[in-house]
Design a protein around this ligand. Structure first.
Ligand SMILES: *[C@@H]1O[C@H](CO)[C@@H](O)[C@H](O)[C@H]1NC(C)=O
Ligand SMILES: *[C@@H]1O[C@H](CO)[C@@H](O)[C@H](O)[C@H]1NC(C)=O
Length: 349
């Protein structure tokens, strides 16, 4: 079923990119203008970058809840009676799941359920990357029998449309789940993957265990739709020489995408590693965030851009509606923030 949908939008992409034969293609600004004229009949307002029409509920679930989640959860869901795709989202280093609530609300308002566990309990007690992956896997397995118990009445999650996503170190966790690098056996099927500025460690010599990156191009054995979103300023330091960048070269989104055989990468050129978080942050999230270079632009624009990309990607992956995603790839200036480069890889076989 997903394969069919995935194939559908890959075909749409192929048609759009038919002018190039190379395996990976960076959309140059000049090509963008050509794409706009060639496909102008397809271009509509990219409403994915605006708030959607669903009224949403933001629900905090403690471990003591009768549904006994293995970890505390933030669930953001539409309220309207219906079935929706599900996104399991893993937060980044030192961050609170609630620091992403504005981004989650944007996505949920377009008809998606987001389940974001809190895996780091404090600055003193935090899991190793290995444990973080197992913790996220346990939440994924909890979904099938228990998600229903925490959703608004008559709202249903569709586990046949489950995406995993995560930011920073949580982005690596999402890749590990999708690649099956877990000791906990997954009882759910992952059908799409979104890496939000994923990070594999401090440097190539200090990768967190277990390793996900292999440093071999196109080596990930992934057959699900994949999107990688990077931050253009993530590899810069707030105080060069003294303070390392938050998302250093060789361990950041560039290498993750390099190892994807298929998928699309977007870069928010003028934004930093933490610029998709809420404006108002709790103490620890705000300290973690201040260690990273920030863009000069408003964070709400980064959240709208990332939220819109995720909504468009999931519509293409799950809802047989690739139109917005294809339009944005062809014409990234539809997004409120500058997206450059945009790169798409298509399997040739
Ligand atoms: C790739 O994954 C598929 C299942 O998704 C598996 O059957 C196959 O053996 C894997 N290939 C490699 C090289 O690991
Ligand atoms: C940051 O990453 C970009 C894209 O890979 C690269 O072109 C640039 O040189 C890097 N900047 C630094 C300071 O390493």
């Amino acid at each position: 079923m997903h394969k069919k949908m995935a194939i559908l939008w890959v075909i749409a992409l192929l048609m759009l990119l038919a002018t190039t034969a190379s395996e990976a293609r960076v959309v140059e600004p000049t090509l963008l203008e050509m794409a706009t004229t060639q496909t102008s009949h397809m271009i509509q307002t990219a409403s994915v970058f605006e708030k959607g029409t669903y009224e949403i509920a933001t629900i905090t679930i403690r471990k003591s809840h009768p549904s006994s989640p293995p970890h505390p959860l933030l669930v953001v869901s539409p309220k309207t009676t219906r079935e929706y795709p599900i996104i399991l989202f893993v937060h980044g280093t030192f961050l609170q799941n609630s620091a992403y609530s504005d981004l989650f609300q944007h996505i949920a308002s377009h008809g998606y359920i987001i389940v974001a566990p809190q895996l780091w309990s404090s600055v003193l007690f935090f899991p190793s990357q290995y444990h973080e992956i197992e913790m996220a896997a346990s939440v994924a397995n909890w979904l099938s029998k228990n998600l229903q118990d925490v959703l608004p009445s008559d709202v249903h999650g569709d586990l046949s449309k489950l995406a995993v996503s995560g930011h920073s170190r949580g982005g690596k966790t999402a890749f590990a789940l999708a690649l099956g690098i877990t000791d906990t056996k997954l009882e759910v099927e992952i059908s799409a993957l979104i890496g939000l500025d994923p990070l594999a460690g401090r440097s190539k010599n200090h990768l967190t265990e277990p390793h996900v990156l292999t440093y071999v191009p196109n080596s990930f054995n992934l057959s699900i739709p994949t999107m990688v979103i990077g931050s253009g300023l993530g590899n810069q330091s707030i105080l060069p020489i003294f303070v390392p960048p938050c998302a250093p070269n060789e361990v950041n989104y560039v290498e993750f995408f390099n190892e994807c055989g298929v998928g699309t990468k977007f870069v928010l050129t003028n934004y930093g590693h933490m610029d998709m978080l809420n404006n108002e942050l709790g103490f620890i999230s705000s300290k973690a965030s201040s260690a990273c270079v920030k863009g000069n632009c408003r964070k709400v624009v980064a959240r709208r851009t990332i939220g819109g990309l995720i909504v468009a990607f999931l519509a293409a992956s799950f809802l047989q509606d690739p139109s917005d995603y294809v339009n944005i790839i062809a014409n990234p200036s539809l997004a409120p923030a500058r997206l450059y480069p945009v790169e798409t890889k298509i399997r040739h076989d």
